[in-house]
Ligand binder design. Structure first.
Ligand SMILES: Cc1cc2nc3c(=O)[nH]c(=O)nc-3n(C[C@H](O)[C@H](O)[C@H](O)COP(=O)(O)OP(=O)(O)OC[C@H]3O[C@@H](n4cnc5c(N)ncnc54)[C@H](O)[C@@H]3O)c2cc1C
Length: 351
């Protein structure tokens, strides 16, 4: 690759979901012009969900696609450049960091990784087409849609047990479908589900298929010891068999935990100075939009400070705000001044 095809950047954000987009907005507002590599799923995982009820600021449910569209528009208003390219390989060994995509090579002062995680699937026929229409991978997100209904959850680890207890607060009945005869999760969580009156555990059991053609109409299950089959007329199937953080492009370049999540400290720093991570790719526990957005903001604040303090940073690119955003900025600062007069400042200060 000759130097002509090597684009120099202050900050590259790998991933265009809520974590990456939030990071891009904060970075641009701090005067760093980030380049976002959107990857295979522009907008991220929420583009696959019909409605979100738990993102603050929206009293009525908002469509997942609509929410990312608004985040993207907000980022573009702050001059964020988005490229529909995937990071294929990175090199974090030097003082500057290299990212290779199918379209070229970038060299950057700082990197934020926001590549998310994908739920592991059972691989059932119709599992994908019924996703969001009866099949869910997130009880925190979707339990409220199954109030007073019967649901099933597949899995036997900590997440499945925690999610089963959470589901039991809403659903009339929860079946835990587990392919073994004991849980892998913590004993305390296992004891808790065993104590719940509206949870029934189906040991040595697996899902054979999803019933219904266009509409979810329950599941067929089988006992893997006796081969006995039967229908379970549940209204929802939750699959909680783990997530796979998207870290393929980082091969050997960064410290991961035993499950492949990027290890970060409280300020989103990784083990490599100048490389930060946010969102689901570093979060085995919460995996929510609001948390991905929050950690994206933290990563961008940290990256902006890092770039400012770095002695040989590339010359800063101009942050080209869209006209109306610039107008809003002017309005914003006069609003802020008014708020400060009244003793309340809502503006972010990094000094
Ligand atoms: C069906 C479903 C419903 C959900 N419902 C809710 C809900 O109601 N409320 C809620 O708070 N959360 C919900 N979630 C969880 C929420 O979507 C995630 O927590 C959130 O999207 C995580 O944001 P993220 O930016 O970390 O990662 P993601 O949203 O996964 O985004 C990752 C981004 O990285 C990009 N990427 C990946 N690899 C590369 C690469 N090599 N190079 C460049 N880019 C790359 C992808 O294209 C994508 O743009 C739901 C999730 C699912 C799957």
């Amino acid at each position: 690759m000759n130097d002509k095809n090597r684009q120099e950047e202050n900050l590259i954000i790998i991933g265009g979901g809520p974590g990456g987009l939030s990071a891009s907005i904060y970075a641009a507002r701090n005067g760093v012009a980030p380049l976002v590599l959107n990857g295979p799923e522009p907008g991220g995982q929420i583009t696959t969900t019909s409605e979100l009820e738990n993102y603050p600021g929206f009293p009525e449910p908002i469509g997942g696609f609509e929410l990312t569209q608004q985040m993207t528009e907000q980022a573009e208003n702050f001059g964020v450049r988005l490229k529909y390219e995937s990071a294929e390989e990175v090199d974090f060994s030097g003082d500057k960091f290299t990212v290779k995509t199918e379209g070229g090579e970038y060299i950057a002062d700082s990197i934020i990784i926001a590549t998310g995680a994908e739920p592991r699937t059972l691989g059932l026929e119709k599992e994908d087409s019924m996703r969001g229409n009866g099949v869910s991978y997130c009880a925190t997100c979707d339990a409220a849609f199954f109030r007073n209904k019967e649901v099933a959850i597949v899995g036997g680890g900590d997440t499945a047990l925690w999610e089963a207890t959470f589901l039991a607060k809403f659903a009339a009945k929860v079946y835990i479908i587990h392919r073994r005869d004991k849980f892998r999760g913590a004993k305390i969580l296992g004891d808790r589900v065993k104590d719940k009156e509206n949870i029934e555990i189906l040991w040595d059991t697996e899902v054979e298929n999803i019933k219904g053609e266009k509409k979810f109409e329950g599941i067929r299950i089988f006992n893997n010891k006796t081969d006995e089959e039967r229908d379970l007329d549940v209204k929802g199937l939750f699959i909680a068999i783990g997530h796979k953080p998207r870290t393929e492009c980082l091969k050997g370049q960064i410290e991961l935990d035993d499950h492949g999540y990027i290890l970060t400290d409280k300020k989103q720093h990784t083990n490599i100075s100048g490389v930060f991570a946010c969102g689901d790719v570093q979060d085995p526990d919460y995996r929510q939009v609001v948390i991905a957005a929050g950690s994206g903001a933290k990563a961008a604040i940290e990256a902006s400070e890092y770039i400012e303090e770095k002695e040989n940073s590339f010359p800063a690119k101009e942050v080209k705000m869209k006209n109306h955003a610039a107008g809003d900025e002017a309005k914003d600062s006069s609003d802020t001044a008014k708020k400060e007069e009244g003793g309340l400042s809502l503006s972010l200060s990094l000094d």
